[in-house]
Design a binder for this molecule. Structure first.
Ligand SMILES: [Zn+2]
Length: 300
């Protein structure tokens, strides 16, 4: 069923080209600009299906060196479009009927500046380039946005507690990773999520990161009861473990805020295994191990 592919990394040019081809080929999907990053790059979302029922949101590349998640989401979307067009089924569900009343919304790259800095260097961050070079002499390990704020530490869910832990870890200022900003939602990239989640009532959200082959599903005592069985179902499809975060990963992230704000299920899936940035040659394996779980997550 799955199309074979020569996977490509998703810097801005490749991502744009890939999405343009997809939109040209499949008239039933649409792309919208959700917001702009600090460097004025578009933060886009792509929608397939109709919003009769509350849709599902997939988010990729919140972290610069985890752009393999953008590739994963776009190849997933391409296969879904292909199956839809050919009147096919996944996990027993006919996608043409499914998308009459259901939708999937994909933000392939929430942190386009961070991805660009990691793949193409500090010079791709315009007026922020100079500061980035002061923060890091090796942007190969860049995770943050263009002003050194880690988007996944910038959400309003236990932000103060995480901020204290950052300080204990001697992270006081903008940095390549794990600095949560001056206050929750100080960054346009985290605000973009707040905006779309307030506009569209998602039934659940999955934030894709790398790496670890793990599914995180809970946040404090806000977690709805269906979260754990959903994580277990995704784990059944992928053999990824169902985990609880520790240390600096315990709050202020996208899934944490979504769970707290809406009492709906939110997940972080850590794709693949190895050292970040995972090589693009890992993508076909990640795609194969996660396809069914992603399909289930889109449907349930
Ligand atoms: Zn991450």
């Amino acid at each position: 069923m799955l199309e074979k592919f020569n996977a490509i990394s998703m810097d801005e040019n490749n991502r744009k080209e890939f999405i343009e081809k997809l939109i040209k080929k499949y008239k039933f999907i649409k792309q919208e600009v959700l917001s702009k990053s600090l460097c004025q790059r578009d933060i886009n979302y792509i929608q397939i299906g109709n919003l009769d029922r509350a849709p599902v949101l997939f988010v990729g590349a919140t972290h610069g060196m985890e752009w393999i998640t953008s590739s994963l989401l776009l190849y997933f979307l391409r296969d879904i479009c292909n199956i839809f067009e050919n009147n096919g089924r996944i996990v027993g569900v006919n996608l043409k009927s499914f998308f009459k009343k259901n939708a999937l919304i994909v933000i392939p790259c929430l942190n386009p500046d961070g991805v660009e800095i990691q793949i193409n260097g500090a010079s791709s961050a315009g007026k922020y380039s100079h500061d980035i070079l002061k923060l890091s002499d090796n942007t190969n390990f860049w995770q943050a946005n263009a002003r050194g704020v880690d988007i996944n530490h910038n959400f309003d869910a236990g932000w103060e507690e995480v901020h204290e832990l950052e300080q204990k870890a001697k992270i006081f200022n903008p940095a390549p990773t794990r600095y949560g900003g001056e206050k929750p939602f100080s960054e346009p990239e985290s605000l973009a999520i707040k905006e779309i989640c307030n506009k569209i009532k998602f039934r659940h959200v999955i934030s894709f990161h790398s790496q670890g082959r793990e599914i995180f599903w809970d946040y404090a005592n806000f977690t709805p009861k269906e979260s754990l069985p959903m994580a277990q179902l995704m784990s059944y499809g992928s053999n990824y473990s169902v985990s609880r975060p520790t240390g600096l990963a315990i709050g202020a992230g996208l899934k944490d805020w979504f769970i707290k704000e809406f009492n709906r299920p939110g997940f972080t899936i850590e794709v693949g295994l190895g050292s970040n940035p995972l090589p693009i040659s890992d993508l076909p394996k990640i795609f194969d191990e996660l396809f069914e779980s992603m399909a289930l997550a889109m449907i349930i």
